[in-house]
Design a protein around this ligand. Structure first.
Ligand code: PBG
Length: 343
């Protein structure tokens, strides 16, 4: 049998002074030296809102439902009581309201009703709206389409109108998630021109052409339309290419110049390097979105018995913090907050 020979190591164990394990000896020590922490204050709860009680409540994601407007006050109060600072609204409208010109987006009535309901409940929680027309176009693209091409400037005009409708209804933060060029500046000017200087813009600065949005598109039923028109590849003409990181910095520069208040990276988990890069390259708060596909993977791993859902959730959310994210959109916000307030 071969004897352990310490001379093969550079470190002579008998004279070793540095022992990193001392920092991990006990729970209080680990807490004391931990580099980041997770709090309910870091979490934003995305909620799906349905038009009528006759529409399906369950989504394909475990634990994620479509609420009616009437249920929102209670959800907002629950989130606020747990310390979650804001709710992000995602309306699910009937496909009959979709059209080539996305006309419904100009008024976005369901979103506006939802905003008003939460504001009327005086829940003391921020309301963030999604500014994007993919739910309202018959082809599911985030822009208007002509001759197979996605039109930038015409789409920006609708986005600005949509953001203004949200602001009028009482939204605190509007969040363009479409990636058209110049939309942040156009929205800022439109809001300011109408007296809504106090409404913030959370820009999806680095939204990638990702495969992780499937369960969301299911939940808002925007995938059906994608079989028409330019199709899923059309999204690659505006969302960022998954191979790129520098491009995210260029987008961040533009959003800063155009008046964005918060920058978002989406999806979060597969793009932690981008979160880190932006947090080192911008002085604006960086947020991340743990998107539907990421969340669904955690749930499915737990369902298969491979891991514990809450454990996976907290670990992934902490990773966002470690990478430099200040805020995290996650479908697990209520679950995570419940665990965190008990600690
Ligand atoms: C709308 C929008 C999408 C998501 C947030 N806003 C879908 C998309 O771009 O297809 C995805 C969020 C998720 O997957 O959880 N543009």
């Amino acid at each position: 049998m071969t004897q352990f020979d310490p001379s093969v190591f550079q470190t002579d164990l008998s004279t070793m002074l540095v022992r990193p394990r001392r920092g991990r000896t006990s729970p209080w020590m680990r807490d004391m030296v931990a580099e980041v922490d997770l709090s309910p204050r870091d979490l934003i709860l995305p909620v799906f809102v349905r038009e009528s009680p006759s529409q399906a409540r369950e989504t394909s994601m475990k634990g994620v439902v479509r609420y009616t407007v009437a249920e929102l006050a209670e959800v907002a109060q629950e989130a606020q009581a747990l310390g979650i600072p804001a709710i992000a609204l995602f309306p699910v409208i009937d496909p009959s309201r979709r059209s080539e010109d996305a006309d419904y987006a100009r008024t976005d009535e369901l979103a506006c009703e939802a905003i008003a309901a939460i504001k009327a409940a005086q829940a003391n929680i921020g309301v963030i709206t999604d500014v994007a027309i993919d739910r309202y176009t018959s082809h599911g693209q985030d822009g208007l389409v002509r001759d197979g091409r996605i039109l930038n400037d015409e789409s920006v005009a609708i986005l600005a109108e949509m953001a203004l409708a949200h602001a009028r209804a009482g939204a605190d933060v509007v969040a363009p998630s479409d990636m058209m060029d110049g939309r942040v500046g156009a929205i800022r000017r439109t809001l300011d021109g109408a007296g809504y200087q106090h409404v913030s813009i959370l820009s999806y600065t680095a939204k990638y052409a990702s495969q992780f949005y499937g369960p969301f598109r299911d939940a808002v039923r925007s995938s059906a339309g994608l079989s028409k028109g330019p199709g899923p590849d059309g999204k690659k003409t505006y969302f960022l290419d998954v191979r790129n990181r520098e491009e995210a910095i260029r987008e961040a520069r533009l959003d800063e110049q155009e008046g964005a208040d918060i920058l978002m990276v989406k999806p979060g988990g597969p793009f932690l390097d981008v979160i880190l890069t932006l947090s080192q390259n911008s002085h604006l708060p960086i947020f991340a979105y743990q998107v539907s596909g990421e969340y669904a993977m955690l749930q499915m791993a737990a369902e298969a018995g491979w891991a514990n859902y809450e454990g996976l959730l907290l670990e992934t959310l902490l990773s966002f913090k470690r990478a430099g994210a200040k805020g995290i959109f996650t479908y697990g916000a209520l679950d995570a907050a419940q665990v965190l307030v008990k600690r």
